[in-house]
Design a binder for this molecule. Structure first.
Ligand SMILES: [Zn+2]
Length: 416
């Protein structure tokens, strides 16, 4: 099956950011087959991209998709408030059907805003039943995902090996799995050793929240001393880590997910992206939670520009949001429009008022001024999941009804 995205202003992201006016993208069997002007493909389905901007889909490297039903409830507090209200008062009341409802709408929200890959850090309960509901919903949405399986930090403990194996046996194709460990900053070290050993045994990446604290001032050095530094680890936040700790991450070949909007709102520490760049650490961006911030990558890119102290150009921020995130998650065929890559791409309406006048520097225009409403078409592996401005992969009204019922249940139970 062939598809031709015809005549768009194509922005690619690797190895450098380039802009190609009036360029076609040919897709064959879900992958990018050619990029150039005037491509001939008579049998291909055509998506008209004239007057539009074509770019790789965004990669969200850290998101608790299960929290979609709780949008906004943590906005007026700090991290302690988030733990009390989101994780404890509501999070402990989730049923598998609540996880399913939030994960489906949350993944559709990602796609609607041009996020084609998400790392779903699912620390709602840690049971296999909940995880199955979560990955089934991700799969239904049509998104590409790395599902992080792990316990709630409130419950503590190591990742359940049997539950993890059940999930591994359930996923394929667009959905991968990672060990979501509570990690050395927040768990006793025997739990860290168990989680890291499980990941090594199964050949899986590790994702973990991490920061320094009075109890654990140097968690990365602790991993080094135990021989547990590995390249396929994604550390989340890191706002208060020392330069020496960031250097250790860089030397290990691991990456960091920065979620600047939520880190700032929850007062988790100073902006980290510029320090990561200076330390030579691979960086991806994340939304983290819609309980405290917006769920789209445009607003996160705008936060990086605002908080980055001029350390990043707009083009570099676009790389963080696409190919940088893909590399942080271990993908080599996602995040740019290179021939052979997965055809994960988005088409923005260049004629929308908030993008008007931006043809001299379309990269800066997308990064500084774009929003999800500009996203007209989204492809994941060459399959359309949004067309003519509407998500198409599943019934949106039914998904929204289920989320409304779930939110009503969670709110009622939390109040009683
Ligand atoms: Zn998080």
């Amino acid at each position: 099956m062939r598809m031709l995205v015809r005549g768009g202003l194509v922005i690619d992201t690797a190895p450098t950011v380039v802009v190609r006016p009036e360029t076609d993208v040919l897709i064959e069997d879900g992958r990018i087959a050619a990029v150039g002007p005037g491509l001939v493909a008579d049998d291909a389905e055509v998506i008209d991209a004239r007057g539009r901007i074509v770019l790789p889909g965004f990669v969200d490297t850290h998101r608790h998709v299960w929290q979609t039903a709780l949008r906004g409830i943590g906005a007026d507090g700090d991290l302690g408030y988030y733990f009390d209200r989101v994780m404890q008062a509501h999070g402990t009341r989730y049923r598998a059907e609540d996880v399913a409802a939030s994960n489906l709408v949350g993944a559709l929200e990602c796609l609607d805003g041009g996020i084609t890959t998400v790392q779903d850090y699912s620390h709602v309960q840690g049971s296999a039943e909940f995880a199955e509901a979560a990955v089934d919903a991700l799969d239904r949405s049509g998104i590409r995902a790395v599902f992080g399986f792990g316990p709630s930090p409130l419950a503590g403990g190591a990742v359940d090996p049997d539950g993890l194996r059940r999930i591994l046996g359930r996923v394929s194709g667009r959905i991968g799995v990672a060990v979501a460990s509570i990690g050395p900053a927040y768990a006793p070290f025997e739990i860290v050793e168990a989680d890291w050993a499980l990941a090594a045994e199964l050949g899986m990446p590790v994702v973990t929240h991490i920061d320094s604290s009075e109890v654990t001032p140097a968690p990365i050095a602790g991993l080094r001393d135990a021989g547990l530094l590995r390249p396929d680890t994604l550390y989340v936040h890191c706002n208060n880590l020392s330069e020496a700790e960031l250097k250790l991450i860089a030397e290990s070949g691991a990456s960091v997910s920065a979620t600047p909007a939520v880190e700032s709102r929850l007062e988790m520490g100073g902006p980290i992206t510029a320090r990561l760049k200076a330390a030579g650490v691979g960086v991806g961006l994340g939304i983290d939670t819609v309980t405290s911030g917006a769920g789209d990558m445009f607003s996160v890119m705008q936060q990086v520009l605002a908080l980055g102290h001029r350390s990043f150009t707009a083009a570099e921020v676009l790389q963080l949001a696409t190919v940088g995130g893909a590399r942080a998650l271990g993908f080599t065929d996602v995040g740019s429009l290179a021939v052979g890559n997965q055809a994960d791409l988005i088409v923005l309406r260049g004629t929308d008022l908030n993008l008007a006048g931006g043809w001299q520097d379309p990269v800066a225009t997308v990064v500084t001024s774009g929003h999800p409403g500009n996203v007209e078409t989204v492809l994941v592996g060459g399959t359309p999941v949004k067309r003519v401005g509407q998500v198409v992969s599943t019934s949106l009204p039914a998904a929204l009804d289920a989320l409304t019922e779930s939110a009503a249940y969670l709110t009622a139970r939390a109040a009683s």
